[in-house]
Design a protein around this ligand. Structure first.
Ligand SMILES: Cc1cc2nc3c(=O)[nH]c(=O)nc-3n(C[C@H](O)[C@H](O)[C@H](O)COP(=O)(O)O)c2cc1C
Length: 198
């Protein structure tokens, strides 16, 4: 069983180019329900999921995100600007209008561990999308306050992520990040163990 999960984890990639092909809402809902299987503070799954398929709304969201990301990119440190350039990540967010669905997860800020719980649920959801042969991007624009009036979110909610979900139109491979191998230590910081290296 663990191998099945690991294979899905290894296969999953962040996708920033989507086909416009549509798929059924039932398929989408089965993916979204995976978020409710994740552990959460006091078992409250303290978030709401809003599916967006309205083209005009998608365009509005894209416009707002492109403005927010322009500010974010301009204010980024040099290393991050370099990383964006290497990954070809620009402030144009075509994926927000190409993907057939956008899903916003907004956390209920009155609940314990709302942010941690929302994020672990996002992890479950993105793996479920991969398992269904769909792709997504964990997209967190520079600011998301504009979603409050657009989606008529009650005050207690805070948007955490926008997930475009659809069929991939790019197939990136993972850039090997050697640094990650040195992150597992034994008993105290800095003590490595050979069996955890690869
Ligand atoms: C908390 C979080 C925020 C992210 N925000 C963005 C984002 O705003 N824009 C984007 O293009 N990718 C975003 N990503 C995707 C990461 O860039 C991506 O996961 C990372 O480069 C590793 O690539 P992979 O997902 O293909 O393994 C985010 C990922 C996480 C976990």
């Amino acid at each position: 069983m663990i191998k099945v999960i690991q294979n899905v984890m290894k296969r999953r990639r962040s996708i920033r180019k989507f086909k416009k092909d549509k798929f059924g809402i039932e398929k989408l809902c089965s993916i979204l329900k995976a978020s409710l299987l994740a552990p959460s503070g006091a078992d409250q799954s303290p978030f709401t999921l809003i599916i967006i398929d309205n083209e005009q709304l998608k365009r509005q969201i894209r416009t707002e995100c492109e403005v927010a990301d322009k500010d974010f990119h301009e204010g980024s440190p040099a290393w991050l600007k370099e990383w964006f350039a290497k990954k070809n990540i620009t402030t144009e967010k075509k994926f927000l209008t190409d993907a057939p669905f956008l899903v916003v997860l907004a956390g209920n800020t009155t609940m314990p561990y709302w942010l941690e719980s929302t994020w672990i649920s996002i992890a479950y959801l993105i793996l479920a999308a991969e398992e269904e042969g769909l792709a997504t991007l964990t997209y967190t624009p520079g600011q998301m306050k504009f979603l409050m009036p657009l989606l008529e979110l009650p005050e207690v909610y805070e948007p955490v992520v926008i997930l475009p979900i659809g069929y991939p139109d790019e197939f990136p491979t993972k850039i090997d990040n050697g640094d990650k191998e040195t992150k597992i230590f034994f008993n105290k910081f800095g003590v490595e163990e050979n069996s955890c290296r690869s």
